[in-house]
Design a protein around this ligand. Structure first.
Ligand code: SAH
Length: 375
């Protein structure tokens, strides 16, 4: 873990700051996706390559770390989806960015209630962080998982179930703004004072066809890797069948603001400070995800809030059971449930989003049925 003492000036210069400056001096300003990729995935200094990010001792806390109910309900969701798929005797269960392995451990404990599910499962964890891989191995060794660096490495040997909590938000996003009737891209450049700063420049990330007609005052964020991510997922699903569930902090009003943010030790920090020591994320544009997933041939039921998703799956009933068996813990349990489903907490800001193939699969548990689908 990093402590402020690692960098006595507390912010400014990390090894990555110097590396970025040298690169900018050599080849010009960096796009935000280039900046995010270096800050998060640089083989030696990248944030997701070297430290334990998640949990009370890390830089931020995620839903599975708040309450076991989160992972348990996803476990029931997975069991239902396996039944929807016809209870295949072999299937791949893939988690993208499993963090400390808590979600999957809670999910599989709940899923073990249905005979047949665990023996049919081949567990695959997609993770770039070695420290987190160790934590996942400790939590999940009983299920004999295997690890991949990316989804692209997976062989579609069986039907697939894919989950990712707070995974899409780490994919790099390009940022744009309209000035004088045209789109400009937000870039990271060196400043006269010798530091790093954001500037607007000619668009470099090749995503102009994905931007709307420019209107003054408009901002936009696009994850350039999202179309190919959904193409890869679709290719895996079409080989047999498949269904995915993603939960993430979502854009409420895309087109209105940029959302790149940096978090270090539970505090928001300037994205250009503590580069490599702070997590970088953007809000997820699930509307764009829907467009790209449909273009790739998948079916996308309407998304729902985390609140509705968890309550429909039985979060309240599960809480009551836990509170009954441990009455002393009831206040703390209630508080964690409220953090997950509260309208002013994660309940409304986070969305659950799903896609599947073939289209004949029913909409999954927790999502509106096909009759209310747009498409
Ligand atoms: N799902 C976990 C962790 C979310 S944090 C939870 O809910 O607690 C994001 C996770 O994605 C971390 O495990 C991180 O190491 C991993 N990650 C980040 N970039 C990744 C990439 N490009 N490929 C695979 N995993 C990645």
């Amino acid at each position: 873990m990093n402590t402020p003492a690692d960098h006595p000036s507390s912010s400014s210069s990390t090894p990555l700051t110097e590396l970025l400056k040298a690169q900018i001096r050599a080849t010009g300003p960096l796009t935000v996706p280039e900046f995010m990729t270096l800050a998060l995935q640089h083989p030696e200094h990248g944030y997701y390559r070297r430290q334990e990010a998640v949990g009370a001792a890390g830089d931020f806390v995620t839903a599975p770390e708040i309450s076991q109910v989160f992972g348990e309900l996803i476990g029931l969701w997975l069991v239902q989806r396996w039944i929807d798929l016809g209870q295949p005797s072999r299937f791949l269960l893939v988690e993208l960015g499993p963090g400390k392995g808590t979600l999957m451990a809670d999910a599989l404990r709940a899923a073990s209630a249905l005979p047949g599910f665990l023996p049919a499962m081949d567990l695959v964890l997609v993770e770039t962080n070695q420290t987190l891989r160790k934590a996942q191995a400790e939590q999940l060794s009983a299920y004999a998982p295997r690890w991949l660096e990316s989804l692209g490495e997976l062989e579609p040997t069986a039907p697939l179930l894919v989950i990712g909590n707070e995974f899409i938000d780490v994919l790099p996003a390009a940022q744009f703004a309209v000035a004088k009737g045209a789109w400009f891209e937000r870039l990271v450049s060196t400043t006269e004072a010798g530091g790093l700063g954001f500037v607007l420049g000619q668009p470099k990330t090749p995503v102009l066809p994905l931007l709307p007609e420019p209107k003054d005052g408009q901002f936009f964020e696009v994850m350039p890797s999202l179309p190919s991510f959904f193409k890869d997922l679709s290719a895996l699903f079409t080989a047999h069948a498949g269904s995915a569930l993603f939960i993430d902090y979502a854009h409420e009003n895309r087109g209105s603001a940029w959302s790149l943010q940096a978090v270090r030790q539970h505090e928001k920090v300037d994205p250009l400070d503590a580069i490599g020591d702070a997590d970088l994320t953007t809000l997820v544009d699930f509307e764009a995800a829907t467009t790209f997933a449909r273009e790739a041939g998948m079916t996308v039921p309407p998304s729902v809030t985390q609140r509705d998703f968890l309550l429909v799956l039985g979060a309240w009933q599960r809480f009551e059971m836990l509170a009954e068996s441990a009455p002393d813990d009831a206040p703390a349990l209630l508080q964690s449930l409220q953090r997950l489903v509260g309208k002013d907490k994660m309940g409304h800001r986070f969305k659950a989003w799903t896609c599947h193939y073939p289209p004949t699969l029913p909409a999954p548990a927790g999502f509106p049925s096909p009759e209310s689908e747009q498409q």
